[in-house]
Design a protein around this ligand. Sequence first.
Ligand SMILES: NC(=O)c1ccc[n+]([C@@H]2O[C@H](COP(=O)([O-])OP(=O)(O)OC[C@H]3O[C@@H](n4cnc5c(N)ncnc54)[C@H](OP(=O)(O)O)[C@@H]3O)[C@@H](O)[C@H]2O)c1
Length: 236
Amino acid sequence: MTHTSPVALVTGASSGIGYAIAHALAERGYQLIVTARRAALLNDFPAAQVKVFPGDLTSPAFQDQLEHFIFETAGRLDYLFNCAGMLETGPIETIQIEKVAAMLRLNVEATFTLTYKLLKRFKQQGYGHVINISSVLGTKVRPTAGAYAASKFAIEALSEALRMELSGTAIQVSCIEPGLVMTELHKDWEVHPKDSMGIHEPLQTADIVAAVLYILQQPAHVRIPKLMILPKDHHI
Ligand SMILES: NC(=O)c1ccc[n+]([C@@H]2O[C@H](COP(=O)([O-])OP(=O)(O)OC[C@H]3O[C@@H](n4cnc5c(N)ncnc54)[C@H](OP(=O)(O)O)[C@@H]3O)[C@@H](O)[C@H]2O)c1
């Protein structure tokens, strides 16, 4: 990898929002490290610019290996995109507690540990930017989605505290708070939320890429701690 273009780690890069962000950054000349569990889905990135390091982010050993790989390969990191996430919802009677716990391990524990691990590096470097894919449900709740919303509230709380802790430095934290985006996140739902919630034109991953690019193009004195992006039919 060269040391001239920005270096970004994109988690959750095998599908949906992470995949779209990684492709958009690769097209713009960024040097990327992409990760997710499904290695086969990470192989259609341009090989010269994109290093693939597959694994399960809920494994502390894997996070250590990933950190080592990034700094061995690229020597630095400019951006951490926390895109990996799960969604587990349901009414009290049927929600599967084991799946809720797995979601919290990924959305909260793994995201927090990776963020702190790489923020320590950002502190040593003196620069860096964490961009979290939170959710509109990081700012409000709805019935049956309490645990998912709690996982995103946790991301918002950490991000806000880190913003304060890092004020006056060249290290930034931003949260993007999307409403419904068409990805694999709802693939197992019997009724897609676009139908149950009457959202006729859900967001596309390109809309989230546009929000990312808006954040990235800000001058050095500007901070964007939060950016909510909703489909026009979103009514909660
Ligand atoms: N879609 C929406 O409506 C929406 C709205 C607001 C916020 N979000 C948030 O956006 C983020 C991206 O979701 P998406 O909509 O793009 O869904 P997605 O298409 O299902 O992508 C989720 C990504 O997370 C990765 N992942 C899941 N478990 C993992 C694990 N244990 N270790 C490493 N990677 C793991 C998946 O890859 P592998 O399966 O290959 O590991 C996949 O790349 C999530 O945080 C989600 O909460 C989504």
